[in-house]
Each structure stands twice: as C-alpha cells, then as structure tokens.
Design a protein around this ligand. Structure first.
Ligand SMILES: C[S@@+](CC[C@H](N)C(=O)[O-])C[C@H]1O[C@@H](n2cnc3c(N)ncnc32)[C@H](O)[C@@H]1O
Length: 215
C-alpha cells in the first residue's frame, strides 16, 4: 500500500477522481496533467479521453517521469498507450497557445514558486471555454479545520512518512500549506490570470480543496 493510501485512508484516490472529473475531460480530448509526478491523475485522464484522445504528463523532475513511465509499462489497459511524459517547467510550458481541452494539477501548484505565472501558462495552453482543475491541500480559513490539519500533519503524516523513509519530503508540508493560498485567493489568482470564472470547492471535510477555473 502506498504512503498516500495510508495517510488518506485511500481518500486521495477519490479526490484525484473528482479533480479529473471536474476538468470535464472527455473522449477524444487532448489533455495536460501538469506537475504529474508518478502519473496518478494522468492515468485517470487516460481512461476519460480513451485511445482517440491524448494525455501529456509534464513534470520538471526526470526521476518522477521515469517512475511514471515504468508504471505505464506495467499497466495493461490499452488506453494507457495514449500518455506521453514530457520534462518541462510549469512556468514555461513547451506547447503552443490553445493546445489542450483540459488541464489538471494535483498537489503541484502549491510547490510552484511563481503561481501567477503558472496560472497564466495554464490559461495560455487551454482552448477557449475549457477548464483547469487544480487539487491540493486546502489552506482553510476555519480555525477548527486548520488546527485539525496541523495536528494531523504533526502527529500522523510526518511520523508515518518517517516510517517510509520520507521525513524530508513531508517535513515542509505544514509550512508549504501555510504559505499557500486560501480558496478565495486561488479564485482571485485565476481570474487575475485571465480565466473567465473560477470556483474553489473544499473536499475531505475541508482538508483538501479543488479549484475549477474556466478559460
Ligand atoms: C507532490 S507531487 C504531485 C504528483 C502528482 N500530481 C500527484 O498528485 O500524485 C508535485 C510534483 O510537482 C512537480 N513540480 C513542482 N514544481 C514544478 C514546476 N515548476 N514545473 C513542473 N513540475 C513541477 C514536482 O517535481 C513533483 O513531481
């Protein structure tokens, strides 16, 4: 069982499905999974767009992309052949304008240094009328939810991550969430980048959040 399964009691799979579903990706589409890591969302997108469609997973870590590619080799569904992995930076996407029918980002935007630039790049590569769906930890405005999240990170997430030898990777989680944007700030980020509408939804009792922005 993966660490994400243990930490979220399997819920991260549901949140990722929701993120993909809200991107409105459909059969035959060409879609981007940005900050794809080892490819969880790209594999889900692949099932949505089918063999007639195309999925591009982009990450700036070659190592993550190698893991994604080897997972692709081990999987049997024919549609997974429609995924390509490309090394690239969210701040300078290697695609022409209006190239994609949908974009997903899972647990990536929080880690991107220049978030306004990343949103502008996402907007640029999306076709008019299409959507970006951005899943991440929620920086909650509720004192209760923020306290619960902070307690869970200190007492569950970091100790469990340590037992998987991933202390360093999770040590900065709490500070990265506190430096992230609230739902309202994410909506503002998207509209200021030029999206025509943006709505942030809380998931998992407010521990996670998903921004849906329409170009
Ligand atoms: C926490 S992982 C999430 C992976 C995957 N999307 C998931 O939900 O399981 C975040 C990923 O974002 C990538 N990343 C961070 N900043 C990036 C940037 N500027 N351009 C491309 N990838 C970036 C990292 O390399 C990492 O693989």
């Amino acid at each position: 069982m993966s660490l994400n399964d243990v930490l979220s009691l399997g819920q991260h799979r549901t949140w990722k499905r929701i993120c993909v579903s809200w991107s409105m990706a459909k059969r035959g589409d060409r879609v981007l999974d940005l900050c794809c890591g080892s490819g969880d969302l790209a594999f889900l997108l692949s099932q949505k767009v089918g063999l007639d469609g195309e999925v591009v997973g982009v990450d700036f870590s070659g190592q993550q992309l190698q893991t994604a590619a080897s997972r692709q080799d081990q999987r049997w569904k024919a549609c997974y052949k429609n995924i390509k992995w490309i090394e690239g930076d969210a701040l300078d996407l290697p695609f022409t304008d209006h190239y994609f029918d949908a974009v997903t980002v899972g647990y990536g935007l929080r880690n991107v240094v220049d978030k306004p630039k990343a949103m502008q790049e996402i907007l640029r590569v999306l076709k008019p009328g299409s959507r970006a769906s951005v899943l991440d930890f929620n920086k909650s405005s509720s004192f209760f939810t923020a306290s619960l999240q902070s307690w869970a990170i200190d007492n569950v997430v970091v100790p469990l991550a340590s037992s998987y030898g991933l202390t360093e990777e999770y040590k900065y989680l709490k500070s990265s969430i506190s430096q992230y944007l609230t739902g309202e700030e994410l909506e503002k980020l998207a509209t200021e980048a030029g999206f025509s509408s943006a709505k942030h939804y809380e998931l998992g009792g407010g521990l996670m959040g998903n921004l849906v922005a329409t170009r």
